[in-house]
Design a protein around this ligand. Structure first.
Ligand code: SF4
Length: 236
């Protein structure tokens, strides 16, 4: 309320900086829904990190950012500045790959390691536009639950090293299942294409695993794609 009052009193004397033609041209203001001439007092910060990677991003087809852009975004980008260029496909661990250009600095992955897995493996380095998630001292992301950050990352910044470029979400069929590797009966979604097992995602069951999976469960089912031992012996 105080901020609104201050802006109002400023506007009575001099135009707010937000009303300068340059700012308006770059779309820093939300437009009022019924009266486009009346801008709301709400600065809009154009996201300058995410590149237009949708066609080549593993998250394409199941990305909240892509869905929101499709539903509410303009048909063309209003961002005219040069986007940042940062390392792509940086291996955080043997399971998790980080694409720094796509990170929108939401902090979900950092909060997961602090509040859910409890190992506090990830933290933000640097500040402002340069802020990026990483491990302390750039060591490997060693967590028994690291695969969950792939699922909770709202963009394609954290992707699975095993799943990368193996399939698109619309290629996959999915079935509910139970993990057969860990003894706790983790509830999972079992994604497959044709006769090939592709990936495992957590399935919510508040009484058992909530919505999380251990790495042993998430990445421990590759043996499904091995031919049965009897067939292997025959071919040898
Ligand atoms: S969850 Fe994804 S977008 Fe959010 S801070 Fe982590 S890497 Fe960046």
């Amino acid at each position: 309320m105080q901020t609104t009052g201050r802006l109002r009193s400023q506007n009575a004397k001099t135009p707010s900086r937000l009303h300068s033609p340059g700012r308006r041209q770059h779309g820093y203001l939300y437009r009022h829904r019924t009266n486009p001439q009346r801008p709301k007092r709400c600065p809009r910060i154009p996201p300058h990190q995410p590149p237009l990677d949708c066609p080549i991003c593993d998250r394409g087809g199941e990305c909240p950012l892509q869905n929101n852009t499709l539903a509410y975004g303009p048909s063309t980008s209003r961002f005219i500045e040069v986007k940042r260029h940062l390392p792509k496909a940086y291996p955080l661990s043997q399971y998790v790959t980080l694409d720094l250009e796509r990170c929108i600095q939401c902090g979900r992955c950092v909060r997961f390691t602090e509040e859910i897995s409890g190992d506090a493996q990830l933290a933000f380095r640097f500040r402002g536009a340069e802020m990026q998630p990483s491990t302390f001292q750039l060591t490997d992301f060693e967590s028994k639950f690291s695969g969950n950050v792939i699922e909770i990352c709202p963009v394609g910044a954290l992707t699975s090293a095993r799943y990368r470029f193996r399939a698109r979400p619309w290629d996959l069929e999915t079935k509910p299942g139970l993990c057969t590797v860990t003894p706790c009966g983790t509830n999972i979604w079992f994604d497959y294409r044709g006769s090939k097992f592709i990936r495992i995602n957590g399935r919510t069951n508040e009484a058992v695993n909530e919505e999380w999976t251990a790495d042993r469960c998430k990445f421990g089912h590759d043996f499904y794609n091995d031919p049965p031992a009897s067939l292997r012996q025959t071919s040898e």
